[in-house]
Design a protein around this ligand. Structure first.
Ligand code: FRU
Length: 497
């Protein structure tokens, strides 16, 4: 297989620099780029006995640049092994970037990547991208770009298409061996209107545009990115990441991911939404992608970062960008439920349990500390109205802490990392409303050195945030302004294999 000089250079660079990174400078069980910059997850797929995850990658600096595809594999979603970079921007249709896309196993056992090629040539306005969809086929390590790329261009899709925003194809295989695919597109010249286009293909190479699956009704940001579409628990689910969302009671402002549940008409290839919700209420969660596991689970991963806060990093780390912990998702009563992949249970050790702890003044509990832990607390009032504020602080030392506050009267949960030791003034706090279940609230906190993921009420809501406090800051404290009872179950997360 011929490798371009751009790919050879990237592979050499990541091998030299990436493999020298001290593991303590990475999270324990979350994926980071081999070196340099990472954004969206790409090509999340099961192929040749393991899960493959590619990612938007610029190895040469901790900033976004001409996009490559980095590559890692895993068998359990927790231990990741790097593979050589899979794609470099080295052919005519993708010479300015290999943007996001997906992967699928073909009928004859090959691994097909479908991704967005970016080319700036002929652009009337400097910096405006032209985007088309391209294919590369490989064996799980090396990929050859299809010689007649692009496989989907602007011909055949609606005439009001904005050619600068047509990207992020997500492909899947139907039971009859044909392929389905969704990609996003902007309608207006001024990038104001996202929609999801639906395609079918007999061979993964030739595509027919079928319909607009769903279009922005004006309430979900502007352009949409990174769609994923699948059937789950008897209904249809569209995940996509709208840009520039306005703050409303329904959504937080900025870029985020939305889950739309609804009906799908196979004749017209159109979706009728019935419900929608924010996928993650934290700051750092974007651009989801899912995989169907061999045992039938739908597992979702996302970029654990936020475009608006990419200045929030630790200059001492040789990477920027992490992936979330993969989550098992399901739909219950038209709502998305997310749980950490069950594989994490094999990774837990040193169980510590406390029951009926009365929290008033700030307390710590023996053995409840750490930065690579799985901690569940359940709160319930001592008597009705016995407290109006509960606070848990983690990654605490004498100077710094990150906090989660719960206000039971308003059912309001607040996150704040402004005291986590940062000098960067970007958004550091979020608040949103939760449901108490007969006065009880359950929070499961997964810490992995530089991140916190909080699963609320067994995955009804999730909040994901990164933090870069010195790793020695590992204390956890609890406080209430009145009296609240708390059950605690805590595990250290470490390798038991
Ligand atoms: C989303 C995104 C995608 C695009 C990629 C470029 O974060 O903007 O739409 O393909 O990143 O790196």
């Amino acid at each position: 297989m011929n490798q371009s000089s751009a790919l050879i250079k990237a592979r050499k660079y990541e091998e030299e620099k990436g493999d020298r990174v001290d593991p303590i400078l990475r999270p324990l069980y979350h994926l980071t780029p081999r070196i340099g910059w990472m954004n969206d997850p790409n090509g999340f797929s099961w192929y040749n006995g393991c899960y493959h995850l590619f990612y938007q990658y610029y190895p040469y600096a901790k900033k976004w640049g001409p996009m490559h595809w980095g590559h890692a594999v895993t068998k359990d979603f927790l231990h990741w092994e790097f593979k050589p970079a899979a794609l470099a921007p080295d052919s005519a249709p993708d010479k300015d970037g290999c943007f996001s896309g997906s992967a699928v196993e073909t009928g004859d056992g090959r691994h097909l990547l479908l991704y967005t090629g970016v080319n700036l040539d002929g652009s009337p306005e400097k910096g405006v991208f032209f985007q088309v969809q391209c294919v590369a086929i490989g064996d799980g390590v090396d990929y050859e770009k299809y010689e007649s790329n692009p496989v989907i261009d602007l011909s055949g899709i609606p005439a009001d298409t904005n050619p600068h925003d047509f990207r992020d194809p997500k492909i899947w295989r139907e039971e009859d061996g044909t392929y389905g695919c969704v990609a996003v597109n902007g309608v207006d010249k001024d990038f104001t209107h996202g929609r999801v286009l639906y395609f079918t293909s007999k061979d993964g190479i030739h595509y027919d545009y079928r319909s607009t699956l769903l279009e922005n009704d004006g309430t979900m940001g502007k352009m949409w990115e990174c769609p994923d579409f699948f059937e789950l628990d008897g209904t249809y689910v569209l995940l996509m990441s709208p840009q520039d969302v306005l703050q409303t009671p329904r959504f937080n402002c900025g870029n985020q991911t939305v889950c739309i549940v609804g009906d799908y008409d196979k004749e017209t290839c159109k979706m009728t939404p019935k419900a929608d919700m924010t996928v993650d209420y934290g700051i750092d969660f974007y651009a989801t992608q899912t995989v169907l596991t061999p045992d039938g689970r739908r597992v979702m991963i996302a970029w654990m970062q936020n475009w608006d806060t990419i200045k929030f990093t630790d200059p001492a780390l040789p990477w920027l960008g992490m992936m979330t912990l993969p989550r098992e998702i399901s739909i219950v009563n038209e709502r998305l439920i997310q749980k950490p992949v069950r594989e994490i249970e094999q990774f837990r050790t040193h169980q510590v349990i406390y029951n009926h702890v009365l929290v008033g003044d700030m307390i710590t509990l023996d053995a409840i500390r750490g930065r690579t832990i799985d901690l569940t607390i359940e709160l319930y009032p001592e008597t009705f109205g016995s407290y109006t504020k509960f606070e848990m602080r983690f990654a605490v030392n004498e100077n710094y802490y990150t906090s989660i506050v719960y206000r039971p009267r308003e059912n309001r949960l607040e996150f704040d990392r402004s005291n986590s030791g940062t000098r960067v003034a970007v958004m550091h706090d979020r608040h949103f409303f939760v449901r108490n279940r007969n006065g009880k609230l359950k929070l499961r906190l997964l810490l992995d050195r530089y991140s916190s993921e909080v699963f609320i009420n067994d995955g009804e809501q999730v909040m994901t945030n990164v933090l870069y406090t010195d790793l020695a800051a590992d204390q956890i404290c609890f406080y209430s302004d009145g009296k609240v009872l708390m059950d605690v179950e805590k595990y250290d997360l470490m390798d038991r294999t």
